[in-house]
Design a protein around this ligand. Sequence first.
Ligand code: TXA
Ligand code: MG
Length: 310
Amino acid sequence: MKINLANIKKAKKLLDNRDCVAIPTETVYGLAGNAYSDQACKKIFKLKKRPKDNPLIVHYYNIKDLRKDCELNYNFYKLYKKFCPGPVTFVMNLKRKSKISKIATNNNASLAIRFPRHPITRHLLKKLNYPLAAPSANLSTKVSAVSPSQVKEDFGKKIKYILNGGKSSIGVESTIIDLRKKPKILRLGGLEIIKIKKILKKEIKENLYPKRIIAPGQSKLHYSPGLPIRLNAKKISDNEAGLIFKKDKKKKKNFFYLSKKGNLNEAAKNLYSILRKIKKSKYKSIAVTKVPNFGLGKTINDRLIKASKY
Ligand code: TXA
Ligand code: MG
């Protein structure tokens, strides 16, 4: 991907002024602001219509910058070395002296952090002297955005600038792992759990659909295209949109395919774009056929389950 320095400069100028800018990441686009600034973080919540008690993920360029804000531990170093930069978010203890805005954390003593891999955003982060708070660049509870035009669909002119980094290569959000005590998965995402287990060399607890919500992303309705969704459909009627994992010969007008050849990574990359496309079509409900439940298929199923709580 070609890096346009003038665009990065423009984004930096706005961010330095405590404004918000949409940034590309390999998972989904983020709505970014200076994580040390209350003013910038307040703007993010307002633009997204996000409840104040749902803290923001903070994005860093490298471990040196992170050390100022968080207590690092052994599990973190192991996972950092193997997977960062990449599609994984760590929940850590905040240092008391940290400058992270209390608006971003909702006054919690923990912080969710990540090192995005997208080259344009890495270039930008390197130039800033603060980390970037950035939730997904979509309206709260709705489908995330994986391209500049999708960010525009949600925010129009309310965001002053969208840094163009093309289509997100992974297409679903980062995997979240709480590393404060025994490692615990809080959200499935772009990094497969099996790979994390291999590095930590142990079983990892999962807390994905808890009674008591730890991450508000775990709350009921999320990732919603704004239409009712029927899961594991065996038959699809002509008046509903069929969301189908693998392209086949049947080809009907109301069929939307996640993947040409039945590839889970390709399906994850297409998921949000197709949900947005269906929302814009004439269909008023969605029937999903079974998606294999391994690898990124688990993440796709997680998103569809949450989106179906409409
Ligand atoms: O891939 C991603 O993670 C994208 C890109 C832009 O980096 N970001 C993203 O942010 O998905 P967001 O805000 O849409 O989802 C972050 C999730 C939320 O469910 C939030 O509740 C949870 O992370 N979270 C944030 N801080 C937390 C904390 N201290 N402890 C537990 N969960 C936290
Ligand atoms: Mg989100």
